[in-house]
Write a protein that binds this ligand. Sequence first.
Ligand code: EPU
Length: 419
Amino acid sequence: MSKFIVKGGNKLMGEITVAGNKNAALPIIAATVLTDEECFLENVPDIIDVRAMLELLKYLGKNVENIDKNTVRITGKVNNSDIDKSLAGRIRASILYMGPLLARTGHVYLPPPGGCVIGLRKVDSHLEVITALGAIMENDEHGYKATLKNPKPASIFLKESSVTATENALMLASSITGETTIENAASEPHVGDLAEVLIKMGVHIEGIGTNRLSIKGKSNLKGFKHKIMADFIEAGTFAIAAAATNGDLIINNAEKKHLKMTVFQLEQLNVKYEFIDDNRLRIFPSELIAYTDKIKVGLWPNFPTDLLSPYIVLATQAKGSILCHDWMFESRMFFVDKLIAMGANIIQCDPHRVVVNGATKLHGQNLSSPDIRAGVALVIAALCAGGVSEIDKAELVDRGYEDIVGRLNSIGADIKRLV
Ligand code: EPU
């Protein structure tokens, strides 16, 4: 177990570059199962979740060659469709192998997937889509077992716009001849990045970026070369960190088209910013004031749930009261007790809602990171607190953020890691 030691009080200044999108890289790695041809991935974030996903891919029989830190060549074919229990338990995204493995081998066995404990995180939507496309489930007490004897295209209406269930449906439907439609599909940009890859593989897909996807699948999918899109959650995280420390930061690879709601919500806390061009965002020193009394997460293109924890920290630095509401995940908010220990004035109303009263001076504390996003939120809190903070379970932050220590230090932070 490693920990971060953060000395607070420094403003984040200079320039930082956003890495590849974790939640695009994970399904795109799973999609390589759909072909035996070479797949070449660029801008792959070097983070623990991606490493775990690649390890699983090797376990399934593929060759994975790291050309450099962010470039991966994947060749060969799968020869195993029973996913290892301990590997599956390391990462929730192991569920993304369900659709591709069924497509390629007609079989999948998936022990319960792991991942961040931020809510109930059911698998119903995944089972719903693979069943609609012809899979027969025979679950046992150890996991989910499915076989695909008669693959068939389908008209799917998702009961929830689940991101990864939409991705599983896209990948399985891509290898089934005929037209599948997915209504109430998730429309997050990373779902679109996966769809672009499937198009490169030879699939016809319409409706990218909307809630209705139409897929005309094919039996022989091609290899591809793809640069993973930039991570708009990371861009938002750095923007929040800069604003919370009253810094002046240029964020490269911050795609304007993916940050509309994020910058709107930053404006609500009086954060001054400018887009230098379509993919560079500058955050200016700002006097933080809450101009809204409420922020609620939503499905795309609304405010992403994965940015709410950092936003709560920013709200502690803004004058005024703001209700922060995450209806998606039941345990997302529990980390606020750590902010309260640092001096924040936060009232937890219920599992989904907190009221943040600011501005408060935070002070250094010994903390523990509960999940990726709360972990990075605690790092931001420690950066704007007086004194030194120790944050245990640093590896949880490493699951989603590449070289967080090196990159934050390069923009003026004082953070080190103890292994
Ligand atoms: N939900 C609803 N109604 C909906 C859609 C979702 O109630 O219409 C609920 C679900 O029941 C669930 C939660 O919202 O509790 C999230 O659902 P979803 O199935 O979309 O989540 P996921 O596919 O398991 C992906 C990301 C998460 C991100 C969520 C939401 C990946 C690998 N993971 O998870 O990322 O929080 O979508 O955008 O893509 C993270 O990066 O830290 C992370 C947890």
